[in-house]
Design a binder for this molecule. Structure first.
Ligand SMILES: NC(=O)c1ccc[n+]([C@@H]2O[C@H](COP(=O)([O-])OP(=O)(O)OC[C@H]3O[C@@H](n4cnc5c(N)ncnc54)[C@H](O)[C@@H]3O)[C@@H](O)[C@H]2O)c1
Ligand SMILES: [Zn+2]
Ligand SMILES: [Zn+2]
Length: 361
């Protein structure tokens, strides 16, 4: 029997989202239906709503979630009804050219549910990042369900499903930040603060938080930033150089994703340092850099898709660190809201009032 549940749908570019009844089919082969317990509001949901990612409206938003597996389809062995899972958008295929090369975190053919969830009218929905978890239940590929320790509360655990993993992985996996090194993080929202928390876990000795909002800088200190720079008042490149012996940081993470912040990240690196772009730009954005600088500064400029994570490797381990008090996931949860408050949460995000609003179901 298909399930009729309440969910948050974006119908058109820039239009306020609405709560509607959607139809979730029974899981087919390889699929699972998950009863969502909590789902964080990520800036990427807003990018979808703004038409910045694709124009395949209507979108079923939400993709940073934890819940309980309710039913599985034929052939599913990795999870069973009753399992507590964090949803992921990297169910690796094991067969594409990235997987074949032994780099499955780049997997180019990740699995999503084959069936479509629909509006009551029958119109097919596009689930954000193949998840769509601002919903009482959602349909995913079973590989998108990563079992974690049920002692972790869903409001915190679900955040690993996107923003926290993306930021933390951008610093550790993509940037390769290590013990005793220096890092600067531009943009201290949920993603940037996770990069800061990751750098602290990895033993970085200088962790510079950069934002234009003093409150965000104060919060960043709580995640382990050793220095803060208000980019609205000071040139962040000069400030980062000054805080790193005049050289620049070993790793600079751009967790905003705009031409000016990426350019700052590029120039705020030490020679042979690494700039990591984890913030998501929009299609019309461009950057221009002198080619001699690209050559002469050496090092690397890298993009970080989902923090180069492997959910099955990283989620259970990070949940254990959380339960041991070494990864402050609760600190990201600014407020708990209902499904009907997602539109307001977007406005609060835009006004910079929250790190994460978390929908609790
Ligand atoms: N690459 C990935 O896999 C991935 C995953 C999740 C999110 N993201 C992206 O990461 C970005 C950040 O997401 P979020 O949820 O943390 O967003 P957010 O809106 O909570 O945070 C953005 C922060 O950047 C700050 N900021 C804005 N302009 C700035 C500037 N010029 N200089 C310094 N700081 C500035 C804001 O004050 C805010 O604190 C978004 O673009 C999102 O789409 C990427
Ligand atoms: Zn693959
Ligand atoms: Zn996200």
């Amino acid at each position: 029997m298909p399930h009729e549940v309440r969910a948050v749908v974006a119908h058109g570019k820039g239009e306020p989202v609405s709560v509607e009844t959607i139809v979730v089919p029974d899981p087919g082969p390889g699929e699972a239906v998950v009863r969502v317990q909590a789902c964080g509001v990520c800036h990427t949901d807003l990018h979808y709503r703004e038409g910045g990612i694709t124009d395949e409206f209507p979108f079923l938003l939400g993709h940073e979630a934890a819940g309980i597996v309710e039913a599985v389809g034929d052939g599913v062995t990795q999870v069973a009804p009753g399992d507590y899972v964090v949803l992921n958008w990297r169910a690796v295929c094991g067969q594409c050219r990235a997987c074949a090369k032994g780099k499955p975190w780049y997997c180019f053919a990740t699995h999503n549910a084959a069936q479509k969830m629909t509006l009551a009218s029958g119109r097919e929905l596009s689930p954000a990042l193949g998840i769509g978890a601002f919903a009482e239940k959602t349909l995913v590929h079973a590989g998108q369900c990563t079992k974690v320790n049920p002692a972790a509360r869903p409001q915190a655990a679900g955040l690993l499903g996107c923003g926290v993993m993306a930021g933390l992985g951008a610093a550790i996996n993509t940037g390769g930040i290590g013990r005793g090194e220096s890092i600067a993080v531009i943009g201290c929202g949920g993603v940037g603060d996770a990069a800061i928390a990751g750098a602290a876990l990895a033993g970085a000795s200088t962790i510079i938080a950069v934002d234009v909002d003093p409150t965000k800088l104060e919060w960043a200190t709580g995640f382990g930033a050793t220095h803060t720079v208000n980019a609205g008042e000071t040139d962040p490149v000069a400030a980062i150089r000054e805080l790193t012996g005049g050289h620049g940081a070993d790793v600079v993470v751009d967790a905003v994703g705009r031409p000016e912040t990426f350019t700052q990240a590029f120039y705020a690196r030490d020679l042979a340092g690494t700039a990591v772009l984890v913030g998501v730009p929009t299609p019309e954005m461009t950057v221009q850099l002198p080619l001699i600088e690209l050559f002469g500064r050496g090092g690397a400029t890298k993009s970080s898709w989902y923090g180069d994570c492997l959910p099955a490797r990283d989620f259970p381990a990070l949940i254990e660190l959380y339960l041991q008090g070494r990864l402050p996931l609760d600190r990201f949860v600014s407020e708990e809201i209902g499904l009907d408050a997602v539109e307001e949460a977007f406005h609060r995000m835009e006004r910079g009032e929250v790190l994460r609003s978390v929908v609790v179901l």
